[in-house]
Design a protein around this ligand. Sequence first.
Ligand code: MIC
Ligand code: SF4
Length: 656
Amino acid sequence: MLKTLTYKILENHLVEGQLRPGEPIGIRIDQTLTQDATGTTAFLLFESMGIGRVKTDLSVSYVDHNMAQFGPENHNDHLYLQTIAACSGVYHSRPGNGICHQVHLERFGKPGATLLGSDSHTPTGGGLGMLAIGAGGLDVVAAMGGGAFYLTSPKVIGVELTGKLKEWVSSKDVILTLLRILTTKGNVGCVVEYFGPGVSTLTVPQRATITNMGAELGVTTSIFPSDSMTQAFLEAQGRADDYQPLNADPNAEYDRVIQINLSHLEPMAACPSSPDNIQPFSEIEGRPIAQVVIGSCTNSSFMDLMIAGEILKGHVVDAGVEFAVAPGSRQVLLMLAQNGMLAELIGSGARILESACGPCIGQGFSPADGVVTLRTFNRNFAGRTGTKGDQCYLVSPETAATSALMGEITDPRKLTELIGLHYPKIKLPTTFFVDDSMIEAPPPPEIAGKITVHRGPTIVVPESPKPLPASLNGQVLLKCGDKITTDHIMPAGPFLKYRSNVPVYSRYVFNCFNEEGQPTFAERALALKQQGIGGVVVGGESYGQGSSREHAALCPMYLGVRAVLAKSIERIHKANLINFAIVPIEFADPSDYDRINVGDALEIPDLLETIKNLDEVRIVNTTGGFEFKGKLTLSSRDRNILLAGGLLNLAKKGVH
Ligand code: MIC
Ligand code: SF4
């Protein structure tokens, strides 16, 4: 059989199961990454699992999300992460060194390897030909301990690239095109694999933009072949030895093939408030804008900022626009400082933000009410900027810089006509400036054993779930519609700093649905918990899309939520629910969604027996006086985790 690159890498790492689409499999993980917003909890769980030292080839802990440091919480987390990394054999990328995905690509990613990260944009590594997958922290912890990562053997969607991007059209426009075709729904259990003659025209940073934002498709990951472009990138990073060529077999069989001719693409934008709300420029050009940000793990590479700098050089952004640049890594920032482009950007009026996630996760730079903000990021979910009712458009660095100059959404292809600028071709540097002094290698075990782990008082060890009851006596706490993201469930922004304190962070579960003067979701859930009634959340399609944050399961679990009933549930979130003993149930007949109301009492007789053996759940709505069916799509491992009361409880019994 002619193999895809995805299946070649899976085959090399398979430890359990059969490589057939839809089958549950376990794979060996070579590398892991964690970041501070998910990593603090992950390391607390790592400690409670008693793993000691990591068993992977490489594990890196990054600090890039919680950087605002209002109050002691963030710094407490940083110190905890630094000391626990040293104790556990983990590399520690210090605050200021950059966004995890950008730094991992630059310094650690390796073609052919597997990478598991507690962040949904881990697939960025697919730009280097690695199989890089996002997961909840607990799954990453299990892999750090040498355990397999369990997933569904994927379907592979082949994206055949032909042609070559035209001037002013960017790799961001490639992924926006794919989002227009595939949307953010219905792609669970698939991997997107790029092939064809167009691949060789894209550099690794361009490929990484595409694989990064591939996360928004809801796929398991995205991957590019490893070729001479990969070699050039690794050589320029001083890592020639990490290169190996990798390709799918010619004529490999894909489950579906999508053709994209790069020469036909045009600049595009994802309009408010979903990454798949794609519009061509004819629809949006000329809209006035008040804010532009270039940054995030999608588009903050050296080449991205160089092209933005070339556009802005010698000009000042429009008076109506606040403009910010957040370089993806310290390497990027240093190189811009060394070659003078940083001065050009500052000269253009850019506010230089630190190399971190920053505005992408609502850590500052929220736009004013009612204005348009243009960002080079990957997500524009409603309110993610920190402003309710925000109007956030996702675009390429070329479009962002051009529009910042003009004060309105402007097609970058008009720059020649507008300011006489011809397309500045930016070449991949032959040498990147390499300085790893902000990455701390772990000390040998004899020294590691003497390190005292710093545990600030704002860091609270999360509770383990209580075992599930034999029959569920539940009540509907919330009915929340389609495309509920983990940002809706567990908001970031000003609450991000409570990530390592579940009792406090839990107060903000579903905060966007709370109404002034009414009891909050958390208050209602805790009241039910005290009466021994299990909370149930009812959702529509694609429940739990977006971030990998396991707090979207951990905090509801703390509040007594025992089941999620939705039309469909996204991959990472579903795994997180299972890990924290919340039963993920899909409606057998989606129209039953309409028959359920908030406050309805729902009973699931013989819940445990059903989880043990069956795929169909009988649910009784005692308030409405009717019965309906739910579906359980669970592997036998998932069932064992639920029956044990969550992964932590299962692991404590010595089973992973
Ligand atoms: C995001 O982009 O939403 C985040 C913040 O990076 C998350 C992780 C988190 O919530 O900490 C992600 O993408 O997984
Ligand atoms: Fe950070 Fe934004 Fe990337 Fe998430 S998407 S890792 S918040 S830059």
